[in-house]
Design a protein around this ligand. Sequence first.
Ligand code: N01
Length: 501
Amino acid sequence: MTSTTSLPERVRVLVVGAGFAGLGAAIKLDEAGQADFLVLDKGTSVGGTWRDNTYPGAACDVPSQLYSFSFAPNPNWSRSFSPQPEIHAYLQDVARSSGVLDRFRFGVTVEDAAWDETDQVWTVTTSAGTVTADVVISGSGGLSEPKNPEIKGIDGFTGEIFHTARWDHDVDLAGKRVAIIGTGASAIQVIPEIAKTVGHLDVYQRTAPWVMPRHDRAYTRVEKLGFRFLPGLQKLYRTAIYWGRETYVPGFVKAPAILTPAKTMALANIKKGISDPELQRKVTPDFQIGCKRILISNTYYPALAQANVDVITDGIAEITPTGIVTSTGETRDIDVLIVATGFYTTDQPIAHHIKGRDGRTLGDVWAEHGMASYKGTTAAGFPNLFQIVGANTGLGHSSMVFMIESQIAYILDALAQMGARQLATVEPTPEAQKSWNEDMQRRMRSTVWSTGGCASWYLDEHGRNTTLWPRTTFAFRGLLRSFDIEKYVVTARSDAPVSKA
Ligand code: N01
């Protein structure tokens, strides 16, 4: 992979991030003949979250068939739910075969981006120098900045400590006393793997998650041959899974009673994996299923039932140099502390480094009214900035790749229209953005995410859901099918301001 850090002074389009979003954007820019673009990533290869999350047990909890670009099907999936190394390998293969890797610069951290109103360009400061760009496409990810818990004494812990998203493979857990904080999607994948080798594992659970059975299986030889030689077969699988999810999920979001059978299955999953009634009680959730992401695992509950694993539901009062003290005063010494405490979602650190037309950062703007955008992709006051996986584009039920491809198509159309109309800038009108966000929040009010009696990373500090998409993915695709320039303020290349198109 290219790893040089020499950057051009100026490019037409700068793409930040080399995950599904950045790679997909690069391929489509290339296909569209947009020759002058550059992709920057702080890591050493493509892959984004699928490069960074290397914890034991890391795997996709969305079916493999949905986890590829529509233009690059992957006949090599080994299972119905792909393990992380396979997804990372897939993205590397796609990057290599698409021939765009010479536009990527790895090991380059984007530090700041500021809109220059005089020259109508973005000035982007990076660890390898400054680049100016007419257009910035941010593909830095909605779940990419790990969030460490703010717990008294944590900085003074003298043992090994790391976040699941930054797994320290140099630490050998065999025989060690290990604690893990968190029981979300990452933790429930890690726990069964490490419970096999650690001496003792303390699982600090603040909220018990709903965990359904995982219908995972290895693909048969016949299926694999079919995927390779009958491309239609993979398309059929993919379409069936999409439609299955799309018809069911929007219903449960509004009418959680639809999930009663799922709740029954999740409760049976507890009973199947755990025989101790006290432990069963501890891990039984106390909120409406669907309010938080529904997790899937066949191995999580059996791992919790192992003799070398304890589930601790008392709050954490303090972390000492050698262990954890709970709110009841119990102290447990440990050698290694793993934090599985999630990511910055509604207050993304990168937003504080993107400065718009009036000198305020996206973070400043969001601090006032919460994360907001137009169509999850553009933002008033931030000309020529396109964010893939922006506000209200996340999914709990289906593939983000579908959403990402929808956004890429919208951005490519924006660039095409800018070219055809000789425009220097495009920026959504404040009215268009306001109306879009009001519609999002109106739709959110009656969803299980708002009414289900849980706190989750979907909601911001004001209780607004600014992360998830409340409709079908097909509706999203329809709305982003073409760049609706009438909702944008544009300026002509001559720099003469032009009123609304
Ligand atoms: O993070 P989370 P995650 N003290 O935020 C607890 C995606 N993903 O990394 O529930 C004690 O969900 C917190 O407790 P509570 C997926 O979209 C996908 O697991 O807030 N505990 C919770 O238990 C997912 O939703 C895959 O009460 C604290 C946990 O830490 C998203 O990433 C795999 C605490 C955080 O759970 C995030 O998942 C993995 C504190 N101070 C992840 N702070 C796929 O398979 C937090 N917690 C595709």
